[in-house]
Design a protein around this ligand. Sequence first.
Ligand code: GDP
Ligand code: MG
Length: 394
Amino acid sequence: MSNVTERSVMMLGGRGAGKSTLLGSIFDQSATLENETGLRIKADQYSTGPLIQKVETMRAVTQQKLTDTVNPFEFPRRPNADKESFTFEIGTADQHARLDLTFVDMPGGWMSDDKPKLYDVAIKSHAAILAIDTVELMEQGSYPTEAMTELRNQPKQLRETVKFWLDHFLGDGKESGFLLLCIVPVKVETYLRSYSGDNKGTRNYAAVIDKIKEEYKEVLAELKKREKNVAAVITPIETLGNVIWDHYEPADMAYPKEFFRRVEGSTENGRKAFGYCPHNCDLPLRYILNFFLIQQIRSEVLEREPNKLESIIDSVVNYMTNLMQKIFPDFNRSKLEKILRPFSDVFSPERSLINAVWEFTNGADNHVVTVLQGERLLTRDKPLFHDFIKRIEK
Ligand SMILES: Nc1nc2c(ncn2[C@@H]2O[C@H](COP(=O)(O)OP(=O)(O)O)[C@@H](O)[C@H]2O)c(=O)[nH]1
Ligand SMILES: [Mg+2]
């Protein structure tokens, strides 16, 4: 295949937060959508096995009444044992073009230990995923903190990493990018739904959002400073479905064992709640691909209309003007050219691929998503898209 492009996505979040599992779930659910969207998603030969293994582990969890999901043999410190990156090959059945998207999932402990490696990933990534262990976020207070070794979320340390990333692309005088941070609460089933037949009281997802805003406020403040260039969204996913947190048990001098139990009954809208039932795992990928596609379209508009654009934006009448003001509110051609350049060829301009990406990203279940900032970097405009498609050689 000739038209293969490559991009990378930085994975943020502590060891054991659920990053690799999250990627397994994204892969597993997205790959089944080909008939619906035309987008074919595979993993490369080195990633398929480990990704499927993560999904199988999760499937097994839903078969037990009560499980301690942290495998004591897998978990203790082997910081370099984990696979570091997973590549998704994103294309179509006709195989004319493909985007290889590599998620760089750093081995545990990097947040404080291996700065150079981390920074090396940061400077290559225009999109990042932050996995938040929702159970730790919400339940940590119920357990003596000093007994919890190495917390998984570590929002304070994260600030430094995020700041480095933002400064690299957007620091003084060198605005050279648009960025997306996709915050993904995992192990969130417990708070996302009410299950009838379950006795732990009403679930409250709004409390999760509030808690993220509180615990990660320094990180969010860094993002806010770069609001014009950075989109940030919260996309919760249900890796397992129907499995909720039950309790912690001490595990001397180590992170407490966390027990999950499966619910048996039904969800609030009457769906039978039983067994493995992942939901919305494709959301982060849909948002990332949408972000890339929208920037590519914007960059093409800018390239195509070098002379007209300024006058369109200056004039005050038609649909085009409103649209242009929406997609380029702070129009400054030379600056925009520079910061849109990295996106001009994310997807080879090849109709079937671009169409499939549009379809895939169109299917996002937006009602569970919280857009924190940068909505215009994600805004889909149909006429503009069709215009863009028309211009692509067959
Ligand atoms: N109940 C539950 N457990 C999970 C979930 N995701 C991950 N885990 C557990 O957390 C452990 C660590 O996950 P992993 O993906 O390896 O974390 P990483 O270090 O961030 O890559 C796994 O062995 C699972 O047992 C989830 O969505 N629900
Ligand atoms: Mg991992």
